[in-house]
Design a protein around this ligand. Structure first.
Ligand code: ZN
Length: 190
């Protein structure tokens, strides 16, 4: 029996000789450990193969929910990845220590390999998170500097008693200058 065939039914559906070959109308999984899925207790629902098939269906259903998209801020997502990597790193470190303390070389070797991977992963995700934060910070500083310059120029125009209707060309020139400056900061040519 395939998992899909189990999933497509809310009834047991087994063909029964006693009922003249009609499908069993018991609820799916009635009287078994997998109520809601698969054959009922009277129709092999508790045999090992049915139990496995039902487990697969339940796991698939759970995965469908687990795979739902969750809106995430990229920086937050990176931080969560760092936290998970750190948790994994810590757990494997413990396992390595236990194996080393009990002189269990058969457990130690594979654990060391996993631990080495966990160190790499933690370092990689941490570096990505730091880089992303620095980039974001730089963008914010650029933005603040731009706003500051605009305020400065507006104040200067006021001090020079230049009428507001003439401010537009000054501000346009300033915007061009700020853009050029940013372009250079981001590694472009002047
Ligand atoms: Zn049945």
């Amino acid at each position: 029996m395939t998992a899909d065939r189990v999933a497509d039914r809310a009834l047991c559906g087994a063909r029964t000789r006693s009922a003249g070959g009609r499908a069993c109308r018991n609820p799916a999984g009635k009287g078994t450990s997998h109520v809601g899925t698969g054959r009922c207790r009277h129709h092999a629902g508790s045999t090992p193969s049915h139990l496995v098939a039902a487990e697969v269906v339940v796991a698939e259903r759970a995965l469908r929910t687990l795979g739902e998209p969750i809106p995430t801020d990229p920086l937050e997502g990176l931080q969560r990845a760092v936290d998970s990597a750190a948790g994994l790193h810590h757990g494997l470190q413990q396992l390595v220590r236990e194996a080393a303390a009990s002189d269990d070389s058969r457990a130690l070797v594979p654990r060391l390999a996993l631990y080495a991977d966990a160190i790499d992963r933690l370092a990689r995700t941490a570096r990505q998170a730091v880089e992303a934060r620095l980039t974001e910070r730089q963008a914010r500083i650029n933005q603040e500097q731009g706003e500051l310059l605009v305020r400065f120029v507006v104040a200067a125009l006021a001090v020079a008693a230049i009428p507001p209707e003439l401010h537009r060309p000054f501000r346009a020139a300033l915007a061009v200058e700020i853009d050029r400056h940013r372009h250079i900061e981001e590694g472009g040519t002047p």
